[in-house]
Design a protein around this ligand. Structure first.
Ligand code: ATP
Ligand code: MG
Length: 396
């Protein structure tokens, strides 16, 4: 039996002149994702991506699971392809969905006919196939208004396809159509969710992580690499830039007023992230910041930390409640790793009474004993770049 996936395009169908470019990108992304599962043909026709296994070795179940995480698709149907005649369609439904019908109390057939040369209308197809199925499954009655199970028949250009209910796709836009952005990735719950949300809008993600050995441990760093790997399940491969932050943090501790420690540190993070990102073609930064969550996440604090960069800072979680963020973290599979109890460099040298309403003038004054440029240069000279892919063995 020949199985094939029909993946329905999401927002791309609304694109005008750029539609072709979006479709090409999506086809490329699906092709790349399918590679590890064997030999698949991937093509787009009539706003649908077709994924067809080319031999018996192909891991169809693995490929199907992977398709559920590809951005740019709204719904996925796992189908059986057959000849475009009623007997073949009926046989295909019986062979592929007969067991499902046996378990259901009621059913209907819903048909679509995009090949207008097919002699029956879509209603005609549904009536004909529905009639035959009702005879073959006397315990499953026809209910066109509220059926427990729906059989779908699609008569398209190349073949007819039969399938059960579609499953939802990952939504969003194809990875790569929205450019590239640099995510400041900590080991917490928020930043992996932020990376996922911006990736969903078609953005390629690169990450930067600051660590302060020996104040933060190797385990904390491994945890971040594992989080990056988990996010690549959705956004494809990712480069993680690991930046040693110890010297900068010690310089801040030794030379700046305590109440500004976190803000000064965050200004260094932003500036270093922008510099690494610009070299790699990133046009925005992404953080997991969330209004009011901690002292450094007030409007005034965000203004002074954002002042050191000149590209947009995306904060997709800005208006969400923690519970809402946790729900997404659980859904995308990062929560369990995020809650492992390793420290982050943000929690080293935290002020007892952090400034919540700072001004830019206060910050510039608080930093005046630091040689910012020299510290930044030193950090940039020692960046470690690691490429992470989902099918790499876990780092933990
Ligand atoms: P998270 O759960 O993502 O750690 P948080 O609520 O703990 O966020 P902060 O620790 O104030 O908040 O950090 C705010 C944002 O700054 C993070 O979401 C992340 O984008 C960035 N960030 C914090 N620490 C680091 C780090 N060590 N390396 C890179 N980025 C970081
Ligand atoms: Mg944190």
């Amino acid at each position: 039996m020949k199985e094939i996936f029909l993946l329905k395009l999401g927002e791309i169908v609304l694109k005008g002149a750029n539609k072709r470019q979006f479709e090409d990108k999506l086809r490329q992304n699906v092709r790349r994702r399918m590679k590890v599962y064997g030999n698949f043909d991937v093509y787009i026709m009539q706003s649908t991506v077709y994924v067809e296994p080319m031999d018996d070795e192909a891991d169809v179940d693995g490929a199907w699971e992977a398709c559920r995480n590809i951005f740019g698709l709204v719904s996925l149907c796992r189908c059986h392809a057959c000849e475009k005649d009623l007997d073949s369609i009926y046989k295909a439904v019986e062979a592929y969905l007969g067991d499902d019908l046996e378990c259901a109390e009621s059913f209907k057939v819903e048909s679509k006919r995009s090949d207008k040369r097919f002699p029956l209308t879509s209603i005609g197809i549904s009536q004909e196939i529905g009639g035959r199925l009702a005879e073959a499954h006397p315990n499953c009655r026809v209910d066109v208004h509220n059926p427990e199970y729906t059989v779908y028949v699609e008569v398209r250009d190349l073949a007819a396809y039969v399938h059960g209910p579609a499953v939802p796709g990952a939504g969003g836009l194809p990875t790569g159509v929205g450019g590239r952005a640099m995510c400041l990735l900590s080991g917490g719950i928020d930043s992996p969710v932020a990376a996922y949300m911006i990736a969903k809008r078609g953005v390629e993600i690169e990450a930067v992580h600051f660590f302060s050995y020996p104040y933060t441990s190797q385990l904390a760093k491994d945890k971040v690499m594992e989080l990056a790997r988990l996010v690549t399940k959705y956004c494809g491969r990712m480069t993680v830039n690991i930046v040693g932050f110890t010297q900068i943090q010690e310089a801040i501790r030794d030379n700046c007023p305590e109440e500004f420690f976190t803000l000064i540190m965050r200004r260094f993070m932003m500036e270093i992230s922008q510099r690494i990102g610009k070299d790699d073609g990133c046009r925005a930064l992404i953080t997991g910041e969330n209004l009011g969550q901690v002292a450094s996440q007030t409007m005034e604090a965000m203004a002074v930390t954002g002042a050191v960069v000149d590209i947009p800072i995306f904060m997709p979680l800005i208006g969400m409640d923690k519970e809402e963020i946790i729900t997404i973290a659980r859904k995308i599979g990062t929560l369990e790793t995020s809650i492992l109890p390793y420290e982050d460099c943000c929690t080293v040298f935290t002020p007892k009474h952090p400034k919540t309403k700072p001004t830019l003038g206060q910050l510039i004054n608080a930093e005046k004993k630091l040689d910012r440029e020299a510290l930044i240069q030193q950090a940039l000279e020692n960046v470690e770049k690691v490429t992470v892919k989902y099918d790499d063995p876990a780092f933990l």
